[in-house]
Design a protein around this ligand. Structure first.
Ligand code: ATP
Ligand code: MG
Length: 426
Protein backbone atom coordinates (compact mmCIF):
# COMPACT_ATOMS: atom_id res chain seq x y z
CA UNK A 1 0.00 0.00 0.00
CA UNK A 2 1.29 3.44 -0.89
CA UNK A 3 2.47 5.86 1.72
CA UNK A 4 0.08 8.47 0.43
CA UNK A 5 -3.01 6.38 1.15
CA UNK A 6 -5.13 6.31 4.27
CA UNK A 7 -4.07 3.58 6.71
CA UNK A 8 -5.81 0.23 6.26
CA UNK A 9 -9.00 0.19 8.30
CA UNK A 10 -9.34 3.99 8.27
CA UNK A 11 -11.10 6.13 5.73
CA UNK A 12 -11.77 9.69 4.75
CA UNK A 13 -15.31 10.91 5.11
CA UNK A 14 -15.61 12.98 1.96
CA UNK A 15 -18.00 15.88 1.41
CA UNK A 16 -20.30 13.65 -0.66
CA UNK A 17 -20.94 11.56 2.48
CA UNK A 18 -20.55 14.02 5.29
CA UNK A 19 -24.18 15.19 5.06
CA UNK A 20 -25.22 11.82 6.49
CA UNK A 21 -22.85 12.23 9.43
CA UNK A 22 -24.09 15.70 10.21
CA UNK A 23 -27.68 14.50 9.98
CA UNK A 24 -27.00 11.64 12.42
CA UNK A 25 -25.02 13.77 14.85
CA UNK A 26 -27.52 16.62 14.94
CA UNK A 27 -30.51 14.27 15.29
CA UNK A 28 -28.87 12.36 18.13
CA UNK A 29 -27.75 15.58 19.84
CA UNK A 30 -31.29 16.98 19.74
CA UNK A 31 -32.95 13.86 21.10
CA UNK A 32 -30.40 13.41 23.87
CA UNK A 33 -30.61 17.10 24.73
CA UNK A 34 -34.37 16.85 25.20
CA UNK A 35 -33.75 14.15 27.81
CA UNK A 36 -31.17 16.43 29.50
CA UNK A 37 -28.15 14.28 28.65
CA UNK A 38 -25.00 16.38 28.63
CA UNK A 39 -22.11 15.91 26.27
CA UNK A 40 -18.72 14.93 27.67
CA UNK A 41 -15.47 14.92 25.68
CA UNK A 42 -12.63 12.79 26.97
CA UNK A 43 -9.16 12.30 25.45
CA UNK A 44 -8.57 9.94 22.56
CA UNK A 45 -5.82 8.14 24.45
CA UNK A 46 -5.51 6.96 28.04
CA UNK A 47 -3.21 4.88 30.21
CA UNK A 48 -3.28 1.30 28.96
CA UNK A 49 -4.06 0.11 32.49
CA UNK A 50 -7.41 1.92 32.42
CA UNK A 51 -8.64 -0.38 29.68
CA UNK A 52 -6.99 -3.46 31.15
CA UNK A 53 -8.70 -2.88 34.48
CA UNK A 54 -11.93 -1.53 33.08
CA UNK A 55 -12.68 -3.78 30.14
CA UNK A 56 -10.85 -6.90 31.30
CA UNK A 57 -7.77 -8.65 29.99
CA UNK A 58 -9.66 -11.75 28.91
CA UNK A 59 -11.70 -9.82 26.34
CA UNK A 60 -10.89 -9.63 22.63
CA UNK A 61 -10.81 -5.86 22.83
CA UNK A 62 -8.00 -5.80 25.39
CA UNK A 63 -6.32 -9.07 24.46
CA UNK A 64 -6.16 -8.64 20.70
CA UNK A 65 -7.49 -5.34 19.45
CA UNK A 66 -5.85 -2.45 21.26
CA UNK A 67 -3.59 0.14 19.69
CA UNK A 68 -1.04 0.31 22.46
CA UNK A 69 2.27 2.16 22.29
CA UNK A 70 5.01 3.61 24.44
CA UNK A 71 5.26 7.36 24.30
CA UNK A 72 8.58 9.18 24.45
CA UNK A 73 8.47 9.06 28.24
CA UNK A 74 8.06 5.26 28.17
CA UNK A 75 4.46 5.34 29.35
CA UNK A 76 2.20 2.67 27.98
CA UNK A 77 -0.72 4.45 26.32
CA UNK A 78 -3.65 3.13 24.30
CA UNK A 79 -5.90 4.73 21.71
CA UNK A 80 -9.35 4.32 23.23
CA UNK A 81 -11.13 1.23 21.89
CA UNK A 82 -14.46 2.38 23.36
CA UNK A 83 -15.89 5.30 25.29
CA UNK A 84 -17.14 3.99 28.62
CA UNK A 85 -13.80 3.50 30.38
CA UNK A 86 -12.73 7.09 29.68
CA UNK A 87 -16.06 8.48 30.85
CA UNK A 88 -15.84 6.37 34.02
CA UNK A 89 -12.31 7.62 34.64
CA UNK A 90 -13.43 11.24 34.20
CA UNK A 91 -16.42 10.64 36.49
CA UNK A 92 -14.13 9.42 39.26
CA UNK A 93 -11.36 11.94 38.67
CA UNK A 94 -13.66 14.97 38.71
CA UNK A 95 -15.93 13.60 41.45
CA UNK A 96 -18.96 14.08 39.26
CA UNK A 97 -21.05 12.09 41.72
CA UNK A 98 -20.56 14.97 44.16
CA UNK A 99 -22.38 17.20 41.71
CA UNK A 100 -25.45 15.46 43.05
CA UNK A 101 -27.48 12.47 42.08
CA UNK A 102 -27.52 11.05 38.63
CA UNK A 103 -25.26 12.00 35.76
CA UNK A 104 -26.66 11.58 32.29
CA UNK A 105 -23.83 11.88 29.80
CA UNK A 106 -23.27 11.34 26.10
CA UNK A 107 -20.23 11.36 23.85
CA UNK A 108 -19.28 10.94 20.25
CA UNK A 109 -15.99 10.39 18.50
CA UNK A 110 -13.51 7.99 16.96
CA UNK A 111 -12.55 4.67 18.58
CA UNK A 112 -9.66 2.41 17.61
CA UNK A 113 -9.47 -1.37 17.42
CA UNK A 114 -7.04 -3.55 15.55
CA UNK A 115 -9.56 -5.73 13.70
CA UNK A 116 -9.83 -7.22 10.23
CA UNK A 117 -11.35 -4.43 8.14
CA UNK A 118 -14.52 -5.22 6.19
CA UNK A 119 -17.85 -3.53 5.49
CA UNK A 120 -19.00 -2.03 8.80
CA UNK A 121 -15.77 -2.97 10.59
CA UNK A 122 -12.83 -0.59 10.68
CA UNK A 123 -9.76 0.13 12.74
CA UNK A 124 -10.78 3.71 13.31
CA UNK A 125 -14.54 3.85 13.67
CA UNK A 126 -16.98 6.21 15.33
CA UNK A 127 -19.51 5.86 18.09
CA UNK A 128 -22.17 7.93 19.76
CA UNK A 129 -22.80 6.66 23.25
CA UNK A 130 -24.62 7.48 26.48
CA UNK A 131 -23.85 6.66 30.10
CA UNK A 132 -26.28 7.11 32.99
CA UNK A 133 -24.28 7.02 36.21
CA UNK A 134 -25.62 6.73 39.72
CA UNK A 135 -28.92 4.92 39.33
CA UNK A 136 -29.78 1.24 39.54
CA UNK A 137 -33.45 1.90 38.86
CA UNK A 138 -34.75 -0.16 35.92
CA UNK A 139 -36.21 3.07 34.59
CA UNK A 140 -32.65 4.20 33.85
CA UNK A 141 -32.07 1.10 31.69
CA UNK A 142 -35.34 1.68 29.89
CA UNK A 143 -34.76 5.40 29.39
CA UNK A 144 -31.40 4.65 27.79
CA UNK A 145 -32.80 1.92 25.54
CA UNK A 146 -35.74 4.12 24.54
CA UNK A 147 -33.39 6.95 23.56
CA UNK A 148 -31.44 4.62 21.28
CA UNK A 149 -34.60 3.43 19.57
CA UNK A 150 -35.90 6.99 19.30
CA UNK A 151 -32.71 8.16 17.58
CA UNK A 152 -32.82 5.30 15.10
CA UNK A 153 -36.48 5.96 14.40
CA UNK A 154 -35.92 9.69 13.90
CA UNK A 155 -33.29 8.78 11.30
CA UNK A 156 -35.94 6.84 9.43
CA UNK A 157 -34.49 3.43 10.27
CA UNK A 158 -37.23 0.95 10.95
CA UNK A 159 -37.02 -2.85 10.83
CA UNK A 160 -34.45 -2.96 13.57
CA UNK A 161 -34.65 -5.64 16.22
CA UNK A 162 -34.00 -5.21 19.90
CA UNK A 163 -32.47 -8.20 21.68
CA UNK A 164 -32.56 -8.18 25.45
CA UNK A 165 -31.01 -10.29 28.16
CA UNK A 166 -29.89 -10.18 31.75
CA UNK A 167 -26.41 -11.39 32.58
CA UNK A 168 -27.18 -11.15 36.29
CA UNK A 169 -24.91 -9.93 39.04
CA UNK A 170 -21.54 -11.42 39.99
CA UNK A 171 -23.09 -14.11 42.14
CA UNK A 172 -25.63 -15.19 39.51
CA UNK A 173 -22.90 -15.36 36.93
CA UNK A 174 -20.69 -17.47 39.17
CA UNK A 175 -23.38 -20.10 39.46
CA UNK A 176 -24.19 -19.91 35.74
CA UNK A 177 -20.55 -20.07 34.78
CA UNK A 178 -20.19 -23.43 36.46
CA UNK A 179 -23.38 -24.80 34.89
CA UNK A 180 -22.13 -23.69 31.49
CA UNK A 181 -18.71 -25.25 31.96
CA UNK A 182 -20.36 -28.51 33.05
CA UNK A 183 -22.53 -28.49 29.94
CA UNK A 184 -19.80 -27.53 27.47
CA UNK A 185 -16.94 -29.66 28.72
CA UNK A 186 -18.14 -32.90 27.06
CA UNK A 187 -18.28 -30.99 23.73
CA UNK A 188 -14.84 -29.52 24.20
CA UNK A 189 -13.30 -31.09 21.09
CA UNK A 190 -16.13 -29.90 18.85
CA UNK A 191 -15.83 -26.26 19.86
CA UNK A 192 -13.93 -23.78 17.71
CA UNK A 193 -10.44 -22.93 18.83
CA UNK A 194 -11.27 -19.56 20.43
CA UNK A 195 -14.11 -21.11 22.37
CA UNK A 196 -11.95 -23.97 23.65
CA UNK A 197 -9.61 -21.39 25.00
CA UNK A 198 -12.46 -19.47 26.60
CA UNK A 199 -13.88 -22.52 28.33
CA UNK A 200 -11.83 -21.87 31.43
CA UNK A 201 -11.12 -18.15 31.04
CA UNK A 202 -14.38 -16.61 29.94
CA UNK A 203 -16.98 -19.30 29.17
CA UNK A 204 -19.92 -16.88 28.78
CA UNK A 205 -18.28 -15.46 25.71
CA UNK A 206 -18.62 -18.83 24.00
CA UNK A 207 -22.34 -18.07 23.65
CA UNK A 208 -21.29 -15.17 21.44
CA UNK A 209 -19.25 -17.33 19.05
CA UNK A 210 -19.85 -16.86 15.33
CA UNK A 211 -18.75 -20.46 14.58
CA UNK A 212 -21.67 -22.56 13.26
CA UNK A 213 -20.81 -25.74 15.10
CA UNK A 214 -20.27 -23.93 18.39
CA UNK A 215 -23.55 -22.09 17.89
CA UNK A 216 -25.32 -25.41 17.37
CA UNK A 217 -23.87 -26.76 20.62
CA UNK A 218 -24.88 -23.62 22.47
CA UNK A 219 -28.47 -23.94 21.35
CA UNK A 220 -29.19 -26.42 24.15
CA UNK A 221 -26.94 -24.84 26.73
CA UNK A 222 -28.42 -23.92 30.10
CA UNK A 223 -29.87 -20.42 30.20
CA UNK A 224 -28.49 -17.62 32.34
CA UNK A 225 -32.09 -16.63 33.00
CA UNK A 226 -32.52 -19.76 35.11
CA UNK A 227 -29.63 -18.62 37.29
CA UNK A 228 -30.81 -15.13 38.14
CA UNK A 229 -31.20 -14.40 41.84
CA UNK A 230 -34.27 -12.67 43.21
CA UNK A 231 -32.87 -9.16 42.74
CA UNK A 232 -31.69 -9.58 39.17
CA UNK A 233 -34.92 -11.34 38.27
CA UNK A 234 -37.03 -8.47 39.61
CA UNK A 235 -34.90 -5.92 37.81
CA UNK A 236 -35.18 -7.80 34.53
CA UNK A 237 -38.96 -8.20 34.84
CA UNK A 238 -39.37 -4.50 35.52
CA UNK A 239 -37.24 -3.55 32.50
CA UNK A 240 -39.38 -5.82 30.37
CA UNK A 241 -42.69 -4.45 31.57
CA UNK A 242 -41.56 -0.82 31.17
CA UNK A 243 -40.42 -1.52 27.60
CA UNK A 244 -43.84 -2.94 26.91
CA UNK A 245 -45.45 0.18 28.41
CA UNK A 246 -43.42 2.23 25.95
CA UNK A 247 -44.52 0.08 23.04
CA UNK A 248 -40.93 -1.01 22.41
CA UNK A 249 -40.84 -4.48 20.89
CA UNK A 250 -38.00 -6.73 22.02
CA UNK A 251 -36.93 -10.35 21.98
CA UNK A 252 -35.37 -12.07 24.98
CA UNK A 253 -32.14 -13.67 23.83
CA UNK A 254 -30.46 -15.65 26.62
CA UNK A 255 -27.36 -16.11 24.44
CA UNK A 256 -26.74 -12.38 24.30
CA UNK A 257 -23.59 -11.61 26.24
CA UNK A 258 -21.66 -8.46 25.62
CA UNK A 259 -18.03 -8.53 24.60
CA UNK A 260 -16.89 -6.54 27.59
CA UNK A 261 -16.47 -7.91 31.10
CA UNK A 262 -17.98 -5.09 33.08
CA UNK A 263 -21.61 -5.72 32.22
CA UNK A 264 -24.12 -6.71 34.90
CA UNK A 265 -27.83 -7.42 34.64
CA UNK A 266 -29.35 -5.75 31.55
CA UNK A 267 -27.60 -6.39 28.24
CA UNK A 268 -29.05 -5.45 24.87
CA UNK A 269 -28.29 -5.06 21.19
CA UNK A 270 -30.08 -3.44 18.31
CA UNK A 271 -29.64 -5.43 15.13
CA UNK A 272 -30.37 -4.88 11.45
CA UNK A 273 -31.04 -7.53 8.82
CA UNK A 274 -29.62 -5.27 6.13
CA UNK A 275 -25.99 -5.24 7.23
CA UNK A 276 -24.75 -8.75 6.51
CA UNK A 277 -22.28 -10.12 9.04
CA UNK A 278 -21.76 -6.82 10.91
CA UNK A 279 -25.38 -6.63 12.01
CA UNK A 280 -25.24 -4.93 15.41
CA UNK A 281 -25.84 -1.21 15.21
CA UNK A 282 -26.06 -0.53 18.94
CA UNK A 283 -24.87 -2.44 21.97
CA UNK A 284 -25.15 -1.66 25.62
CA UNK A 285 -26.22 -2.60 29.09
CA UNK A 286 -25.72 -2.10 32.75
CA UNK A 287 -22.26 -2.04 34.34
CA UNK A 288 -22.77 -1.68 38.07
CA UNK A 289 -19.27 -2.87 38.94
CA UNK A 290 -17.10 -0.72 36.72
CA UNK A 291 -16.71 2.47 38.71
CA UNK A 292 -15.75 0.59 41.88
CA UNK A 293 -13.40 -1.63 39.89
CA UNK A 294 -11.61 1.52 38.74
CA UNK A 295 -11.28 2.82 42.28
CA UNK A 296 -14.38 5.00 42.60
CA UNK A 297 -17.25 4.66 45.05
CA UNK A 298 -19.64 1.88 44.06
CA UNK A 299 -21.85 3.45 41.39
CA UNK A 300 -24.45 1.62 39.35
CA UNK A 301 -24.56 2.67 35.70
CA UNK A 302 -26.05 1.83 32.35
CA UNK A 303 -25.14 2.89 28.82
CA UNK A 304 -24.87 2.04 25.15
CA UNK A 305 -22.89 2.86 22.03
CA UNK A 306 -24.09 3.15 18.46
CA UNK A 307 -21.60 2.35 15.69
CA UNK A 308 -21.88 5.21 13.24
CA UNK A 309 -20.29 3.54 10.20
CA UNK A 310 -22.94 0.81 10.31
CA UNK A 311 -25.68 3.34 10.82
CA UNK A 312 -24.54 5.34 7.84
CA UNK A 313 -24.34 2.23 5.65
CA UNK A 314 -28.01 1.68 6.52
CA UNK A 315 -28.94 5.30 5.85
CA UNK A 316 -27.24 5.19 2.48
CA UNK A 317 -29.41 2.22 1.54
CA UNK A 318 -32.54 4.05 2.56
CA UNK A 319 -32.29 7.68 1.67
CA UNK A 320 -30.52 10.17 -0.51
CA UNK A 321 -27.68 12.20 0.93
CA UNK A 322 -29.14 15.21 2.74
CA UNK A 323 -27.32 17.75 0.57
CA UNK A 324 -27.01 21.40 1.32
CA UNK A 325 -29.15 23.46 -1.05
CA UNK A 326 -28.04 27.08 -1.25
CA UNK A 327 -30.64 29.80 -0.85
CA UNK A 328 -28.75 31.94 -3.35
CA UNK A 329 -26.30 31.21 -6.12
CA UNK A 330 -24.53 34.40 -7.09
CA UNK A 331 -23.21 34.85 -10.63
CA UNK A 332 -21.26 37.93 -11.63
CA UNK A 333 -19.09 39.11 -14.49
CA UNK A 334 -16.83 42.17 -14.80
CA UNK A 335 -14.45 43.61 -12.26
CA UNK A 336 -16.88 46.00 -10.62
CA UNK A 337 -19.78 43.52 -10.52
CA UNK A 338 -17.52 40.83 -9.09
CA UNK A 339 -16.42 43.12 -6.27
CA UNK A 340 -20.03 43.98 -5.48
CA UNK A 341 -20.83 40.24 -5.54
CA UNK A 342 -18.25 39.50 -2.85
CA UNK A 343 -19.78 42.14 -0.58
CA UNK A 344 -23.37 41.14 -1.28
CA UNK A 345 -22.66 37.46 -0.56
CA UNK A 346 -21.21 38.40 2.81
CA UNK A 347 -24.14 40.66 3.65
CA UNK A 348 -26.69 37.99 2.79
CA UNK A 349 -24.85 35.36 4.84
CA UNK A 350 -24.90 37.74 7.78
CA UNK A 351 -28.67 37.79 7.40
CA UNK A 352 -28.68 34.02 7.75
CA UNK A 353 -28.97 33.02 4.09
CA UNK A 354 -26.73 30.41 2.50
CA UNK A 355 -24.97 31.84 -0.51
CA UNK A 356 -22.69 30.15 -3.02
CA UNK A 357 -20.49 32.57 -4.91
CA UNK A 358 -19.46 31.50 -8.40
CA UNK A 359 -15.71 32.09 -8.62
CA UNK A 360 -15.13 30.84 -12.15
CA UNK A 361 -15.14 34.17 -13.99
CA UNK A 362 -16.55 32.30 -16.99
CA UNK A 363 -19.29 33.47 -19.31
CA UNK A 364 -22.76 34.01 -17.83
CA UNK A 365 -24.10 30.97 -19.68
CA UNK A 366 -21.69 28.63 -17.94
CA UNK A 367 -22.32 30.23 -14.58
CA UNK A 368 -26.08 29.79 -15.06
CA UNK A 369 -25.56 26.09 -15.71
CA UNK A 370 -23.71 25.75 -12.45
CA UNK A 371 -26.45 27.68 -10.66
CA UNK A 372 -28.90 25.11 -12.03
CA UNK A 373 -26.84 22.19 -10.86
CA UNK A 374 -26.40 23.65 -7.35
CA UNK A 375 -30.14 23.31 -6.75
CA UNK A 376 -30.22 26.91 -5.47
CA UNK A 377 -33.62 28.51 -4.95
CA UNK A 378 -32.60 31.92 -6.29
CA UNK A 379 -29.93 32.94 -8.74
CA UNK A 380 -28.56 36.43 -8.15
CA UNK A 381 -27.17 38.11 -11.26
CA UNK A 382 -24.70 40.96 -11.31
CA UNK A 383 -23.38 42.29 -14.64
CA UNK A 384 -22.04 45.68 -15.79
CA UNK A 385 -25.56 47.07 -16.04
CA UNK A 386 -26.47 46.11 -12.46
CA UNK A 387 -23.11 47.31 -11.18
CA UNK A 388 -23.66 50.74 -12.68
CA UNK A 389 -27.31 50.99 -11.65
CA UNK A 390 -26.92 49.80 -8.05
CA UNK A 391 -29.26 46.89 -8.70
CA UNK A 392 -29.25 43.10 -8.74
CA UNK A 393 -31.37 40.67 -10.72
CA UNK A 394 -33.13 37.79 -8.92
CA UNK A 395 -34.14 34.71 -10.84
CA UNK A 396 -36.39 32.23 -9.03
CA UNK A 397 -35.02 28.99 -10.38
CA UNK A 398 -38.20 26.97 -10.09
CA UNK A 399 -40.48 29.38 -12.00
CA UNK A 400 -37.74 31.17 -13.96
CA UNK A 401 -39.44 34.40 -12.91
CA UNK A 402 -37.06 37.38 -12.80
CA UNK A 403 -37.14 40.68 -10.93
CA UNK A 404 -34.71 43.54 -10.64
CA UNK A 405 -34.22 45.22 -7.27
CA UNK A 406 -31.90 47.81 -5.84
CA UNK A 407 -29.35 46.08 -3.63
CA UNK A 408 -30.65 48.05 -0.69
CA UNK A 409 -34.16 46.76 -1.29
CA UNK A 410 -32.85 43.19 -1.44
CA UNK A 411 -31.18 43.57 1.92
CA UNK A 412 -34.32 45.17 3.40
CA UNK A 413 -36.49 42.21 2.45
CA UNK A 414 -34.80 39.66 4.67
CA UNK A 415 -37.93 38.31 6.30
CA UNK A 416 -40.03 38.16 3.14
CA UNK A 417 -37.24 36.44 1.22
CA UNK A 418 -36.69 33.95 4.03
CA UNK A 419 -40.36 32.96 3.91
CA UNK A 420 -40.47 32.74 0.13
CA UNK A 421 -37.30 30.65 -0.03
CA UNK A 422 -38.50 28.28 2.71
CA UNK A 423 -41.75 27.78 0.80
CA UNK A 424 -39.76 26.81 -2.29
CA UNK A 425 -37.63 24.41 -0.27
CA UNK A 426 -40.53 22.54 1.28
P1 ATP B 1 -18.90 -6.69 17.18
O1 ATP B 1 -19.50 -7.93 17.77
O2 ATP B 1 -19.55 -6.27 15.90
O3 ATP B 1 -17.40 -6.71 17.10
P2 ATP B 1 -18.71 -5.31 19.68
O4 ATP B 1 -19.50 -6.11 20.64
O5 ATP B 1 -17.23 -5.44 19.65
O6 ATP B 1 -19.29 -5.52 18.19
P3 ATP B 1 -19.23 -2.83 21.08
O7 ATP B 1 -17.94 -2.78 21.76
O8 ATP B 1 -20.45 -3.14 21.84
O9 ATP B 1 -19.13 -3.77 19.80
O10 ATP B 1 -19.48 -1.45 20.32
C1 ATP B 1 -20.78 -0.94 20.04
C2 ATP B 1 -21.00 -0.77 18.56
O11 ATP B 1 -19.89 -0.14 17.94
C3 ATP B 1 -21.14 -2.06 17.79
O12 ATP B 1 -22.45 -2.56 17.89
C4 ATP B 1 -20.83 -1.61 16.39
O13 ATP B 1 -21.96 -0.99 15.79
C5 ATP B 1 -19.75 -0.60 16.60
N1 ATP B 1 -18.42 -1.19 16.37
C6 ATP B 1 -17.68 -1.96 17.21
N2 ATP B 1 -16.50 -2.29 16.66
C7 ATP B 1 -16.48 -1.70 15.43
C8 ATP B 1 -15.52 -1.65 14.36
N3 ATP B 1 -14.34 -2.24 14.44
N4 ATP B 1 -15.85 -0.95 13.24
C9 ATP B 1 -17.04 -0.32 13.14
N5 ATP B 1 -17.98 -0.33 14.11
C10 ATP B 1 -17.71 -1.00 15.24
MG1 MG C 1 -15.87 -6.44 18.43
Amino acid sequence: MGEMQAIRGTRDILPAEVGYWQFVESTAGQILGRALYQEIRTPMFENTSLFERGIGEATDVVGKEMYTFLDRGDRSLTLRPEGTAGVARAYIEHKLQAAGGIQRLWYKGPMFRYERPQAGRQRQFHQIGVEVLGSDDPRADVEAIALATEILKALGLENLKLDLNSVGNGEDRQSYRQALIDYLTPYRDSLDEDSRERLSKNPLRILDSKDEKTKEICRNAPSILDHLGEESRKHFDRVRSLLTDLGIVYRVNPCLVRGLDYYTRTAFEIISDDLGAQATVCGGGRYDGLIAQLGGAPTPAVGWAIGLERLILLLQQKRANPVLIPDFYLVSKGEKAEAIGVVLAKQLREQGFSVELDLSGSAFGKQFKRADRSGAIVCLILGDEEAEGGTVRLKWMQTQEQVSLSREELLNRQEMLRNQIDRHKS
